[in-house]
Design a protein around this ligand. Structure first.
Ligand code: HEM
Length: 314
């Protein structure tokens, strides 16, 4: 029997899984699947992210660039995507305002934001549009960052059998006869953490981070290169992670390089910046790394009764 054309690919499955995790935290449930008239949620998020990453003439020539964006169709496509998302966020907010809604044990992100609307003691009272902007910030470039990183991790692990072997061995030894890896198992899985770090080094999902702008004049480099206020700064995290003056064999997927090293992604080490650094570092740094570890461990976890392909060599 042939494989059905509609069988989800690994990246579709990973996206759906990450969508469930992020939406679970933000909305209390996943609204995935066919939420939009003519497109899937994944497509709308993917298209919007791509458009936000694409070069907009208006960003570089604010007074006239919009004409180019209209002519190239970028502005029309952006408006359609945002209209779609706007309707979607309205629905999420309305559902949360519904007093008959079955509430979860813990408030989700939308409950917290809506709580601010009604909290008279709070100085900050966001408008509905501000809540939607925060939801947009949670979505665009968030679900797909973890999903993209996961697809890279799986591709590298599958391509490097000795890494897969070591990873599966570590998981099986640490978990005994448990049927799945849960969050409490993660601290024991040292090699897993190295695999995730190595994936983040070689394949940062946001290779140029998010564009930054300087607010004051500064000098950088030994020659004192001047950078003036309001200069757009792009940080090439991809190139930093593959700099041969820092990393031995930088294009080789070798998680073992982190053995005994204290280099991590938490912004103290400027040779590894997949999540940014300092005050602008990704606020979801813990969730990003632990979600990746949990997903990867479960995807690679060998079933107890399945002999490992390399079993004869152990
Ligand atoms: C592997 C997964 C992730 C990666 C690689 C990643 C990476 C990044 C990067 C590079 C930035 C920009 C840092 C800078 O400005 O220099 C960022 C910002 C941000 N991230 Fe993440 N992220 C991930 C997951 C997430 C998740 C799951 C969420 C939310 C649920 C999230 C929420 C945010 C937000 C709200 C910002 C903007 C912070 C600001 O503007 O100050 N990220 N992330």
């Amino acid at each position: 029997m042939g494989v059905s054309l509609s069988t989800p690919t690994l990246d579709e499955k990973i996206f759906a899984l990450v969508d469930r995790i992020v939406c679970g935290v933000a909305f209390g449930k996943s609204y995935g699947g066919n939420q939009f008239k003519d497109q899937k949620f994944q497509e709308v998020i993917g298209k919007t992210t791509k458009m936000m990453d694409s070069l907009s003439a208006e960003n570089f020539f604010p007074s006239v660039g919009w004409i180019v964006d209209v002519l190239t169709g970028l502005r029309g496509r952006l408006e359609k995507s945002f209209h779609n998302l706007d309707e979607y966020f309205d629905r999420v907010i309305d559902e949360h305002l519904d007093l008959k809604r079955e509430k979860l044990e813990e408030d989700d992100f939308v409950d917290v934001l809506i709580g601010l609307l009604n909290d008279e003691a709070s100085d900050y009272c966001p408008t509905r549009d501000q809540i939607k902007a925060m939801l947009l910030n949670t979505f665009i470039g968030r679900i797909d960052t973890i999903a993209v990183a996961m697809v890279w991790a799986m591709s590298e692990v599958v391509k490097t059998p000795q890494v897969m072997q070591k990873l599966q061995g570590e998981i099986r030894t640490s978990l005994g006869r448990k049927s799945e890896v849960d969050i409490n198992d993660l601290p024991k899985l040292k090699f897993l953490k190295m695999v995730v770090k190595e994936t983040q080094r070689m394949h940062p999902p946001a290779p140029l981070l998010i564009p930054h702008e300087t607010i004051s004049h500064c000098k950088i480099g030994s020659d004192g290169y001047d950078v003036y206020p309001q200069t757009r700064v792009l940080i090439n995290a991809w190139a930093i992670g593959r700099d041969p003056s820092t990393w031995r064999n930088p294009n080789e997927f070798d998680p073992q390089r982190f053995e005994g090293s204290d280099v991590d992604v938490k912004s103290q080490h400027f040779e590894l910046l997949p999540l940014g650094a300092d005050r602008k570092i990704c606020p979801s740094i813990s969730m990003a790394s632990s979600s990746m570890e949990l997903l990867l461990a479960n995807l690679c976890y060998p079933q107890q009764d399945t002999p490992l392909p390399w079993a004869h060599s152990v």
